[in-house]
Write a protein that binds this ligand. Structure first.
Ligand code: ATP
Ligand code: MG
Length: 245
């Protein structure tokens, strides 16, 4: 049975404009005639991901992987082309973005929950799980500015894996946090993939971890997909690209 499409990129490009000064940037934004260099971070990219698929994005630094994920979470927007996303998106990113440092961890759970489109009642039902998973002890009721970066990551992960996302986005994120927390996240992600039919978009340079979660791999090079297929073949293509074989 063919699963429904939950993510579709149709001929998507993302162009960054590199101005030499903020004055040039302003002129460029307002009048579109300032000279500047451009960087096509994503170049005419098309793919579809079906519900329940776990897809790894592999590629060198600067290949466009994070830009793709940012466009799915609507942190960045395509310059050309169309993106279709169906479902609630949870994101584990390297930086636990979006927290208010003056709010406590618990208050930030509500803040994030609202941003993700949940109502107070729904968040309240999940609050205990989120707090328990984060294992922050008394710090859950302290302002987030008092957290270490690992603690912020824990809170961010805990919120995003416990809100029952339809689509989970993971960008190199499992490299933060200590071993034990990492293991807990891995097993939680596996559980969501098996039981909740979640869809996963996974960016990593650690191909072993990609193989653990994903059955499909897309290899990116200079903003283009140069391979899209079974994970083992994708890893072989990636190894070739980085000159490992
Ligand atoms: N906000 C930005 N402004 C200008 N250029 C950007 C911006 N964000 C990314 N880029 C550029 O877009 C290209 C793709 O970046 P991206 O972060 O998507 O790469 P990546 O594949 O995630 O790399 P890495 O493996 O290092 O995380 C790079 O050349 C980068 O310099
Ligand atoms: Mg990146």
């Amino acid at each position: 049975m063919q699963e429904k499409t939950v993510i579709r990129f149709s001929d998507v490009s993302k162009v960054y404009y590199l101005y030499k000064s903020s004055k040039q940037r302003l002129m460029g934004t307002l009048f579109h005639h300032a000279k500047c260099k451009t960087n096509r971070a994503v170049d005419h990219l098309s793919f579809e991901i079906h519900q329940g698929e776990a897809v790894a994005f592999l590629g060198r630094n600067g290949a466009g992987k994070s830009t793709i994920l940012k466009m799915v979470t609507e942190v960045a927007f395509p310059t050309e082309g169309e993106i279709y996303v169906d479902g609630r998106v949870g994101a584990l990113l390297e930086l636990a973005a979006g927290f208010d440092p003056e709010f406590t961890g618990r208050e930030n759970i509500y803040l994030k929950g609202h941003i993700l489109g949940l109502h107070d009642k729904e968040i309240a039902a999940l609050e205990e799980d989120i707090v328990a998973f984060a294992e922050l002890g008394d710090y859950i009721d302290q302002p987030v500015r008092t957290y270490s970066s690992g603690m912020k990551a824990r809170l961010g992960f805990s919120i995003n894996v416990n809100i029952r996302p339809d689509i989970l986005i993971v960008d190199e994120a499992l490299s933060v946090g200590d071993e034990e927390f990492k293991r807990k996240c891995v097993s939680r992600i596996n559980q969501l993939l098996t039981n909740e039919h979640m869809t996963l978009m996974f960016v990593t340079h650690a191909v072993g971890v990609a193989r653990e979660f994903c059955s499909r791999g897309i290899v990116m090079n200079k903003g283009r997909a140069i391979f899209d297929g079974p994970i083992d073949e994708a890893i072989a293509r990636y190894d070739q690209l980085i000159g490992k074989k």
